[in-house]
Design a protein. Structure first.
Ligand code: TXA
Ligand code: MG
Length: 339
């Protein structure tokens, strides 16, 4: 199949493909999504097929107006309503009790559904034009970093999907925050653009493994979190603490002496600390927004550079740093050294 790249002025063509039950990749304010009619089982099955996504990993349903959520869920707790009013459209996905309209394939058989309203003009226009909600995971091959540019989607899914709607680089660069609103207090399942601190200004939120929860839950609360994600081909090692530079230099030695490629993701101002390594610049020191935006692009770069090993300097785990460290740990497959 030929994969067409469509421009925002061709939204109607993208909408027409979706109406025919095809899948189309489209930009959101977080990362590119691979969308299909959320009410059409066969269309949604094509998403799993194109991505090579495990069937037990449910999808987020994207809506174009806040009022659409009512048709998809059984109930909306008042505190969830408050969050919608404050953060939609935006990078916040709410897990709610599923209504009858959503087919089982979307939610992987769970009795809950994840819903969000994206804050991107192209996504909103597309949703308006189709009239139906779009089920959409990130538009990458399963296990690869999420796409933040149309070219990333193309690199992963060329020949497997009919079209990519190119809206340029996405804004946030990390996926939405996922919040389970079916438990009390609400539980953060995946940190993202809307931070834990921001959520907690409005509602109580639990995060992390709470005591008393069975260790091996039968159905993981956010099934997607158990899979390896965002992984480059290189061996990735996350290094935190004030001794990071010295540690990274020490660990690089054996690779360098064998002539193997060694990369380091570091803040621009710290690049001078690594004269012998390939620098993947994280942006101006401490600028978490800039780092989030370039994170997945850098992980893809690491592959293109054919690095043997990639060291990443960790960041503080507050605000957007919580989402960034969550993704970095996945990329590193939990290989982490604290200094
Ligand atoms: O920013 C985003 O959220 C992007 C854009 C395209 O919207 N989408 C995205 O989708 O990241 P995906 O499929 O890559 O990640 C969705 C996450 C997975 O971890 C999945 O397990 C979880 O949301 N999820 C979906 N439905 C769920 C449900 N009913 N209960 C718990 N977790 C759910
Ligand atoms: Mg994903």
């Amino acid at each position: 199949m030929e994969t067409r790249i469509l421009l925002p002025k061709q939204i109607e063509e993208a909408a027409a493909l979706l109406k025919q039950g095809e899948v189309v990749a489209f930009p959101t304010e977080t990362v590119y999504g691979l969308g299909a009619n959320a009410l059409d089982t066969r269309a949604v099955e094509a998403i799993f097929q194109a991505k090579g996504r495990p069937q037990d990993n449910p999808l987020i349903v994207h809506i174009g107006a806040q009022s659409q959520v009512q048709e998809l869920v059984r109930e909306i707790p008042p505190a969830a309503k408050l969050l919608m009013e404050r953060f939609w459209p935006g990078p916040l996905t709410l897990v709610l009790k599923k209504g009858g309209l959503i087919p089982a394939v979307v939610t992987a058989g769970l009795d809950t559904v994840a819903v969000r309203m994206p804050d991107h003009p192209v996504a909103l226009e597309l949703l308006k034009s189709t009239g139906f909600p779009l089920a959409a995971p990130s538009a990458n091959i399963s296990g690869r970093p999420s796409p933040t540019r149309a070219e990333h989607v193309f690199a992963d899914l060329k020949g497997k999907i009919p079209a990519v709607l190119d809206g340029g680089e996405t804004g946030w660069g990390v996926e939405s925050t996922v919040l389970d609103c079916t438990v009390s207090p609400f539980r953060l399942l995946r940190p993202g653009g809307v931070t834990l601190e921001e959520l907690r200004t409005l509602v109580p939120v639990q995060y992390g493994t709470s005591a008393g929860e069975p260790a091996g839950e039968q159905i993981p609360r956010s099934p997607g979190m158990k899979y390896r994600h965002y992984a480059p081909e290189a061996l990735v090692i996350l290094v935190t603490g004030s001794g990071a530079a010295a540690k990274i230099q020490e660990l690089s030695e054996p690779y360098l002496s064998r002539g193997e490629g060694v990369g380091v993701m570091t803040w621009n101002e710290r690049a001078y600390l690594y004269p012998d390594l390939t620098i993947l610049p994280m942006g101006p020191l401490g600028d978490l927004e800039a780092l989030a935006r370039s994170l997945y692009h850098l992980l893809r770069e690491a592959d293109l550079l054919g690095l043997k090993v990639l060291f990443i300097e960790g960041v503080a785990e507050d605000k957007l740093g919580l989402a960034i460290m969550n993704r970095l740990r996945k990329a590193a497959n939990n290989r982490e050294i604290s200094t």
